[in-house]
Design a protein around this ligand. Sequence first.
Ligand code: LLP
Length: 389
Amino acid sequence: MKGKFPVEKFEKVRTPFYYYDTDLLRQTLSAINSETGKYNDFYVHYAIKANANPKVLKIISQSGLGADCVSGGEIQRCLETGFSPKKIVYAGVGKADWEINLGLDKNIFCFNVESVAELEVINELAAKKGKVARVCFRINPDVGAHTNAKITTGLAENKFGIAMRDMEPAIAEAARMENIKFIGLHFHIGSQILDMGDFSALCNRINNILDELDKKHIKVENINVGGGLGIDYQHPNRMPIPDFEAYFSTYARHLKLRPGQKLHFELGRSVVGQMGSLITRCLYVKQGTAKQFAIVDAGMSDLIRPALYQAYHKIENITSDEPLSTYDVVGPICESSDVFAKAIDINKTHRGDLLAIRSAGAYGEIMASQYNCRKLPEGYITEDLVENE
Ligand code: LLP
């Protein structure tokens, strides 16, 4: 075994595949639970969109976390993997009728509603079933986050949420609807955020909103601050468990919760990011004029983040101890953006070596496609490979 990987077991399965280190996942979950346990009324809903592998979801649901869903498919998947409907929150700017009906039938905790048009449809569909839908309004707080422009969501020009000036009319509208119960406010400012100042800026904005609503005697039972806590892509081994102490204490210190108010979080990447690696085999080493390429059997269809966001993922050769050499690591797909890394130093690589593309547990397998008629990558958890030794 080199490093933390059961390399000899990897030889038995077809590459490329995702490997999920369930020891790290369990440690990460217990770190979350022990931090939130310090505060009354902090509830974490795992953002299913980050990784919906059923084996991973079962471990997460067993730890007691709730689920944050953005589609009917995600609601179905998380019900199949043991999440309680009472802990499901459901967001998304474009909920189809069947998806709303599913949420109503399963009595999910709440719909995070993103427009008054959507509110009207939920009210109608709930009326047909003789039910009352619990809703939170997703408010666009116009708070920027220091992250990739493609994954910031809380600015005014984003498609997400209801603008602050439209919030009170929406709450009033909800109060008039018979089949709607307004239970709170939802926010989310972006993803891969490492600066706690961004989260405290969100707290300040929410404090102002709550002061205004207090003046009008509008009661807000639940605050949902979304997700967004980032991970260290440069050094996946340095602090594999994100600093949940700093994250939750930022909210505890800055957000002025009213008595009885519950605080909800929707963490995705920070829960599953570091436990996953994409394991790929080197097919060829090709000597270019100015550089050498390690051509691997994984491509942007398996992990799209480098091509889509120019995201950095650390790459290691897990079967070679030879001196370092410099490579562009590229996939087999017919697109020049099918590049995992440029000019990186890894142990000298030969055909047949296994490479680990690290920090790929979040937004990896779930964003895979079949482009070029490729097979979707498998996802294996530790137990799949090292059980019955
Ligand atoms: N809540 C809402 C409303 C969200 O939109 C998201 C992520 C989350 C929670 C979870 O955020 P997290 O804790 O994972 O940062 N595909 C991109 C990331 C897109 C994030 C979308 N929303 C990537 O690969 O970086």
